[in-house]
Design a protein around this ligand. Structure first.
Ligand code: F6R
Length: 242
């Protein structure tokens, strides 16, 4: 595990965007695994800036998002589909047919999950996976539980995650209680992983990810076994590591 500590959120976002830039420069048809949430927004802004400056070309890139809320239409301004279009896809030249986000409205969820895993495999697999981390060390929406889930699946969100996500909704009752997420197994298969975290509210999760036991109660702890992972942190998120 490599750990990069940045002065602040802006530096973290720039470093993260530079990693995507080198990935796409070296392999123009890269498969990017993408995350939503507040943490990667700065990185997406940097990528849009790089695109406008003609430093990066997404025309051959494919993307797979980690997760999507269950039973929330993608037209909702709280859907992850909407988030990705507003923060990144609407501003770059990625082809619509190369964008993949789980369909939270699928009538057959099991089939949707199977198809998603198949599409990742057929694309050649994720070259670089961007991750945020929950306060409880969830990655994607793999919540603390008693076993590591392999593939894409439907998950019940923990109360603490629902509370954390309530900031984006009018009232807490509106926050979806379930989501479709890539499994820890699917995440782990990415050739490279880049986990971003900022703020002291993530410091315990980061400490447990780096130094804790590898257990499904701390989903991100499995990343200790990955052979090409970098944690890009601001000083506050890294504050418990020394
Ligand atoms: C989002 C996702 C989640 C978030 C995590 C942190 O696609 O998979 O695991 O990365 O909940 O969210 P923020 O960045 O809002 O603190």
């Amino acid at each position: 595990m490599r750990i990069l500590v940045c002065k602040n959120y802006d530096e973290m976002s720039k470093k993260a965007a530079q990693m995507i830039l080198s990935q796409v420069t070296l392999k123009p048809n890269s498969v990017l695994g993408l995350a939503t949430g507040s943490t990667p927004i700065g990185m997406y802004k940097e990528l849009v800036k790089m695109y406008n400056e003609k430093l990066i070309d997404f025309s051959e890139v494919s993307t797979f998002n980690l997760d999507e809320y269950y039973n929330l239409p993608k037209t909702s301004d709280q859907s992850y589909d909407y988030f990705m279009r507003v923060n990144l896809f609407n501003h770059i030249n990625v082809k619509n047919e190369n964008i993949h986000i789980p369909n939270g409205m699928a009538s057959n969820v099991e089939l949707e999950c199977e198809t998603y895993d198949k599409q990742i495999k057929e694309s050649g697999g994720v070259d670089i996976q961007v991750l945020g981390i929950g306060h409880n060390a969830h990655i994607g929406f793999n919540e603390p539980t008693i076993n590591f889930e392999r593939g894409t699946h439907l998950v019940d969100l923990k109360e603490s995650t629902i509370e954390a996500n309530a900031r984006f909704f009018e009232k807490i009752e509106d926050v979806p209680k379930k989501a479709i997420t890539m499994g820890t197994g699917s995440i782990f298969k990415a050739r490279k992983i880049m986990l971003l975290a900022c703020g002291d509210s993530k410091a315990d999760a980061i400490y447990n990810t780096v130094y804790g036991k590898v257990i499904p109660e701390v989903p991100a702890s499995i990343l200790q076994f990955h052979n090409d992972i970098v944690l890009i942190l601001d000083e506050a998120a890294a504050s418990k590591l020394n």
